[in-house]
Every structure is written in C-alpha cells, then in structure tokens.
Design a protein around this ligand. Sequence first.
Ligand code: IVH
Length: 668
Amino acid sequence: MKLIKKKIDKLRKKILKYDYFYHSLDQPIISDAEYDYLLSQLYNLELKNKEFITADSPTQRVGSNLIEKFKKIVHFSPMLSLENTFDLNGFLEFENRVKKFFDKNRLINFCCELKIDGIAVSLIYEKGILVRAATRGDGYIGENIIDNIRTIKSVPLELKGVSIPKRLEVRGEVFMLKSDFLELNKELYVSKKKSFSNPRNAAAGSLRQINPKITAKRKLIFICHGYGLFKGMEYFRSHYERLIQFSKWGLPINQEMLICKNHVEIFDFYKKIEERRYFFNFNIDGIVIKIDSVELQKKLGSNNKFPRWAIAFKFISKEEITKLRDVKFQVGRTGIITPVAYFDPVCISGAIIRKASLYNKNSIEKLNLHINDFILIRRSGDVIPKIVSVIKKNCFKNQKKILFPVFCPVCNSRLIENKEDKIIRCHAGLICNAQKKKALHHFFSKNALNVTGLGPKIINELIKKNILTNPIDIFYLTKSQLQKLDKIKEKKSLNIINAILKIKKISLKRLIFALGIPSVGEVIARKIVINFKKLDRIINATILELESINGIGKEIATNIFNYFSILSNRELVTRLSDKIYFFESSEINLKNKSFFNKRIVLTGKFISFSRSELAEILIELGAKLSNSVSKNTDLLIYGKKAGSSKIFKATELKIKTLSETKLNLLIK
Ligand code: IVH
C-alpha cells in the first residue's frame, strides 16, 4: 500500500511540474503523448486505490493552470475533456455502457469526426456578434483571449444567415497547419528566437500572446466541433445537424464527418482516417465518436471529467516525426562507442520514445544527420526505436552536422576502428571512467555476483570517491564509508555489507560472466566452465583450446585469451578466489542425486548463499522450486528467520525439512 501511495505521489509531482512548464511558461518539456500517458497511469492507479484520491490531484482537474496575464472568464458550462481508448474493445465497452441506459435494441447513430490536435476554445456570439472568447483553462474558468481570437481569419466576427440564436456558445479547436509551423520556426530561427517543438505548441504559444498583433501574424485556424449554449435551437435534434447549421452561419466545420450506425462502420472510418493521417496538413491524433442524438446526449450527461456520450478513439502510431535535439556518444562496458540520438519525445505503439541508438559510424553518415533535423522514428519489430530517415532536411542552414568523434568522449583516448567489423572502440579499459563504471555495475549485478542493494548510483558514488577502483575493493568496504554516501543510512549500509558478506560461494559460471569479457555472456560462460571445469585451466587456456568448444569462434576465443593475458586481470581473479569459493556445477552434481526431480520450497535468510544463488544450485541439481508449501512439496529448506507459516504447514503435511547447515553438508 505504501508503495502505491509513493507511486501516486511521484506521478502527481511529475505531472504538476510538467503542467507548470506547459501552461505557465509555455515551454513544454515532454510531449503531449507522454503527458497523457502519465495522467492515465495516475488515473488508473487512483481508480484501483480510491482512498488515495485527493482534491488537488491532477486527475481531479480538467484543464490547465491559468496564466496570470489574461483576465479570467467563468464558463457557462464546464469545458470537459474526452475519455480515450486506443482499441476497438475500448469503444465496445463505451457502447455497452451507453446501451445500459437505453433499450438494447434502440438504434443509435454515432457522429464520427477527426480529433484535431489543437487548443480548445469557447466563443460566445450574442445576436450573432462575437463578444467573448476563452481558453479552456481549468475547465471551469478560462482566460479571456478575445483580442487574439479576433485576429484569426476563420473565426467570423459576425454570423450570417437566418434564425441566429440570441446567445450561442461555439466550441472548437485552434490549430496551425504543419506547413505554417515549419515556416514559423524558420522565421524564429532567423531572428534567433526559440522555436516550437510541434504545431500544437506553436498554436498555444501564438494564441496566448499578450500582444494580439503577434497572434495576427501567426497563421492560426479555427474549426468548430461542439457547443455549450444553444438556446432557442432545440429543433436541431442531432449533433450533425447542428454542425451543418453552424456552417450555414459561416462557422468553419471539418468536412470529414460521418454518421455511423455500428462499430463495424466506425472501425472502417477509423482505419481509413488512420491511413490518410499523414496526408492532412494538420495533426490529428485519432477520431472522436459522439452519440448523435442531442436528446440521448442530455440523458447520458457527464461525470466531472468527461461527457458520457463521446469518446476519443486515438491512433497508436507505428511511426512518428520528431525533432533531433542531440547525438551523444556512449562508451559501453567493453569500450564500444555507440551514438545515441536524443529527440523530442514521441508516443509510438503505446510507449514514449525519446532516444534511439544509431549503431555505428556508417549509419550516421548514411542519414547525414544535423541537429534540429526532422526525423522519422519507427520501432523495429514494434520494439526497438530506430531513425528511419530524415524527413525534411532542416530548413536552417549552418546546423551542427553530426560527426563521429576521434577521441573517447569520456577519457579522451584515441578511438580505434576494427576494420573487419567496423566497430569503433576506446581501448583504455578500466582507466576509462565510463568503462570502469559499467564493468563494476555488471560485476555486482543480479546474474553476476548479485550484491543486492549495490546499484549503479551507489557504485558511481564509490568510484567518484575513489573507494571503489576494482571489484576487490568491495570486500574492504565499511559501513561508515557507505553512510557518507547520499541517502544511505544505518539500515541500508548494513544491508549492503551483509549482501557482500554473503558472496562467499558462487558458481564459476557467474564469475566468468561477471568479468565482462567482450561477447562472453551467460551461455558462453557456462560452456567454458563445463569444458574446463577448473578456474586454473580457464585462465591458462589457449586460443585453440577455447576455439574447440562448440559455439565459441575465433573472435570470442581471442577475447578470452586476451583478457587472461593481462596480468592485472589474472591477479584480480586470483585475489577474488581468496575471498570467494567458486564451485563448478559438476562438483555438486556428483555428490547429490537427492534433489533431482524434487519440488522444493525455500524459506528464511541463508548465510552461505544468496537466495538466487541457492536457487540456481538446486535447479542445476534438477530440483523444481516453488513459492508455497503444498501437499505436492517434497522438501522445505529453511534458513534464519524462516517463515513460521511455511514450517508449520510443512510439519502439518508431514513434508521433510532441511536446515542450511545440513544442506551445506550435502552440497559441499
Ligand atoms: S468534442 C466534452 N470533437 O480534444 C469535450 N473535441 O481530448 C467535447 N478535440 O478538449 C469535445 N477534435 O479540444 C471534440 N472533433 C472533436 C475534437 C475535439 C479535437 C479536442 C477538444 C477536447 C480534446 C479532448
């Protein structure tokens, strides 16, 4: 429970920070998609844990913080937001909910429209004259932007035609064409001003200018998609009819509207719009599906966030266009230099992507990348982000071209390219701080020496303070040294020291893997151990011997041989073997057949192994591990502070138990 509360608090803090940057400073630091994602995460968490909902949670408010500069306006009725779905099931659930209100067999018309990615505004016409315009604000109180709205050419200052109501509230979207956005950014660049990251932010920034003359220069467009007040016009019974009437009065509407009778027609509309999505000169992020009958809309009403009669069916994009901000050259654990592109975050296949690996020098050259280029991002195999191409060479000249560095960005050693595999490496090894950090993270990680609590942050701090220069130093670490680190108190330092003391006995395979020899992962490490059995023999193996192992080629054999040819590496392994007992799987296998095919449960804390270490040993011996004691359990192995319920249950079910001391006798 505490964890959930913490998670909720963290999410709220994040969202409030982004709100401030977005609404008060007009300088978004994350994409809308990412914001939506965080908000929906919070929403779902709160939905499952209602006791944590507070009045000031971002989920309880509809729109944004209000900017100080504009006068406030109270909306006649709240400007709500829309419920979202990303798949047809979400729509079907919505439809079911709607149908529960009415006779199941009642035919319902749905009005489907484009979901334009812009800024929601409310316009009030009195006797056909535009008298008031407001932003959504927090949904209840907006900002008076009438002077700015008046500069938008598509907003009629006076309605034309007949039967114009006394008072009419039109709601719609202000947005900017993609082409105008590119032009604007070009101009801003020339006059050395900050550019906008997407058309929506450009529209927001332009609309909320204190000086309407600036707004007038920005090419903003208005489209209406709804209404607040519609007094005296009750005889227009459907949403669609009302929009058509709007158009007759001179209000712009989007022509891409379709009345659908069921989910098949709706899905067809969605698919067709999705196919054409990138051909529109404005951004859309889905379709909006509305119950067309005004009478039904009224009956359904709304909750405090959404109307119950409409839903947004959003696109999950496979590709997105964004802006390249930077390329950083990362130094990997084995010295390989990987360029990583950082760009404005985009949401692709439901995930937020803000960086992509560029693999090597070749791929940078092929793309001919420059900072601020617009790039097309895809997730290969729907998972790994990749820059597919540069969409439009950036319109600004003299932007920094991305070039592969000649020297290591961390330790400044000259980089060397392997002509065969084209990989560029820093060969400084542990002298290079980046490699040292990663090598040590790897050394103590879960599948290597598995020191719980010793995460990358602590390791980096220990390296910075020169306490940790190689893996051996860890065995001399003291509680007081740890307590001098950021946010480490008595308990945490004690836990880490205990975790270090626990690494008395580990498999040889883990050691070989932990060393971080290039291309030696867990599978290769296991093969080496199975083949050579003893540490001595591994250290002294020749390339030929190594190469004779099935699955180990010349390159890996050379890497292993080279690693153990370096004196300091041999010393490290020898010093480690003074501290730790490295066992080989075969050594255990011979002695125990007693665990083979047995269902075993572990409980309590073990002194001579970490829990995962013991689990690994038992699995190697053919055991099957499970979490709880049942009548199928064969053996319960217990350590210190063992769970009394498990021991009790085992005794009750007459299941064998084994203490750690007895276990040690069996497997050593
Ligand atoms: S209807 C009660 N129709 O999407 C809200 N909204 O994510 C009724 N939007 O705040 C809104 N295109 O600003 C509606 N065709 C459309 C829309 C649309 C874009 C915006 C609108 C709303 C936001 C919700």
